[in-house]
Design a protein. Structure first.
Length: 71
């Protein structure tokens, strides 16, 4: 089983790197890595972002709808 904290940390690091990337190609690469980590988080046996009946999630990496929209 993968370490959920590690996955969450790496996703956040890649989101930050995408935000400060010096070029569109670098930004895209970091965004793809972040999306990969997000997928692994969603498939983790202890779901951290499970949807509630109202459509919200217990964790949203973009709580203020900045850089990427709602999770």
């Amino acid at each position: 089983m993968e370490d959920l904290n590690y996955l969450l940390k790496r996703e956040q690091e890649e989101l930050l790197r995408a935000r400060i990337a010096p070029s569109p190609a670098a930004r895209s690469a970091h965004q793809r890595l972040a999306q990969g980590y997000a997928g692994r988080i969603s498939r983790h046996p202890h779901p951290y972002r499970s949807r509630r009946p109202d459509g919200s999630a217990s964790f949203n990496p973009f709580p203020f709808n900045v850089e990427g929209g709602a999770a």
